[in-house]
Write a protein that binds this ligand. Structure first.
Ligand SMILES: [Zn+2]
Length: 90
């Protein structure tokens, strides 16, 4: 289950913030081409520093810009134990 859609207006605002300030990827440190569109692996996605599923907030202070592919690599690592804990794999 993906916990999203709680505040799409807020997400849009935060995406616009990153698209304006154009920070580098917080995971690999490389520059992001903000003109690329999803699902390009190098496109920009908003990453939660502490995953919502882990009690992270949906505020800008808990968000950072990352490449799509960096984010999915991180997600695969971070989310695996959560799935186990929730009992889905038991
Ligand atoms: Zn990256």
């Amino acid at each position: 289950m993906v916990q999203e859609g709680r505040s799409s207006a807020l997400r849009k605002k935060h995406r616009a913030h990153f698209a304006r300030s154009k920070p580098s990827c917080h995971i690999c440190g490389g520059p992001i081409d903000y003109s690329l569109k999803w699902p390009d692996p190098m496109c920009f996605v908003v990453d939660h520093l502490v995953a919502i599923a882990n009690g992270g907030s949906d505020q800008l202070s808990n968000k950072a810009a990352s490449h799509n592919h960096c984010n999915s690599k991180k997600r695969a690592r971070v989310y695996a134990p959560i799935i186990r804990r929730s009992g889905t794999l038991e």
